[in-house]
Design a protein around this ligand. Structure first.
Ligand code: DX5
Ligand code: ZN
Length: 212
């Protein structure tokens, strides 16, 4: 299992240190939650903070957009050269066009589905993306209770195997050592984890406990 700690739960007063700590602790990606106060009822991180994270990080960035006007934010964050930019299909009228836009920047495009969104929406897009991000909480806040979306994971896994076997599956929300094994068996490649990792003193041990 690859692990992408979400800096949403980090101490922003000492963000650079926190980012270095998780990079040295074995993080595979640094997950950055961008919220605009419109798509979700919370506001988080803009380009100034992403720049600071990019400077401190020795691991690739995984930017998760929870915003309206996705294309504007893609243009804003492309200069930080993230590995992935993921956007919500619920909030995009032209997902195919946006995937090409992300790809043209040399960034891997990923699509996100809320817990209540059907994977049917991405059936004709799956060949064009590098990752599907399945939300196991409703987006907006860290520290929420995990919603068991195992059936959906299996459905998306089948879709990937049939149409794009290189496409990875990432799960985000309420992930801990309690559910990571089951997620692995369902076919998940990457877990995002915020509060579980950052509430522990030993980040390395916390990350290690998710590498099943
Ligand atoms: C929620 C965010 C998540 C969140 C995960 O909208 O997308 O990345 O930070 O936090 P935990 O692991 O605490 O659920
Ligand atoms: Zn996220």
């Amino acid at each position: 299992m690859l692990v992408a700690p979400s800096i949403l739960s980090a101490d922003f007063g000492r963000l650079a240190e926190e980012v270095k700590d998780i990079c040295e602790g074995g993080a595979d990606l640094i997950h950055i939650d961008v919220m605009d106060g419109h798509f979700v009822p919370n506001m988080t991180i803009g380009p100034i903070v992403v720049e600071a994270v990019a400077k401190a990080a020795t691991k690739p960035l995984d930017i998760h957009l929870m915003v309206q006007n996705n294309a504007f934010f893609v243009d804003l964050f492309a200069e930080f050269k993230p590995e992935y930019i993921s956007f919500h299909v619920e909030e995009e009228k032209h997902p195919h066009r946006l995937i090409q836009k992300i790809r043209n920047y040399g960034i891997k495009p990923a699509l996100v589905l809320n817990p209540g969104t059907t994977p049917k929406l991405i059936e004709y897009l799956i060949e064009d993306i590098d990752m599907v991000l399945l939300m196991s909480v409703n987006p907006g806040f860290g520290g929420q209770k995990f919603i068991p979306i195992y059936e959906k994971i299996c459905e998306v896994k089948e879709m990937c195997e049939a149409k794009n076997p290189d496409c990875l599956i990432e799960v985000d929300g309420g992930v801990s050592d309690k559910n990571v094994k089951e997620l692995k068996s369902a076919g998940v490649d990457i877990v995002v984890s915020g509060s579980y990792i950052f509430k522990q003193k030993d980040k390395k041990a916390a990350i290690e406990s998710l590498k099943v």
